[in-house]
Design a binder for this molecule. Sequence first.
Ligand code: FES
Length: 106
Amino acid sequence: MCMTTDKVKVMKLEDLPLQIGKEVQLNGQSIAVFRLSNGDVRAVSNRCPHKNGPLAEGIVSGEFVFCPLHDWKISLVTGEVQKPDDGCIQTYETEIIDGFVYIGGV
Ligand code: FES
């Protein structure tokens, strides 16, 4: 995998605990970053498509986050809201390089 110039270093991987979201601001966007129980790092929009709930404060289970406001279940892999609710959030590329988390495509 090669690093493109639009990737931005956002934090140390060790500062991202398993299943606890962290918010970062990039180019005026609020982005929620998560380390899943399988070790994958995912980055998505920090705004729930329902009523802008802060997803970084949600409960993570497997590859999903549950919005802290009204419990919508959202995939951190595809960004899709799970049924019976509907919607989608932006997902961002992530890469780990030398122990740091990079986010791209913002
Ligand atoms: S704001 Fe996220 S479920 Fe309502």
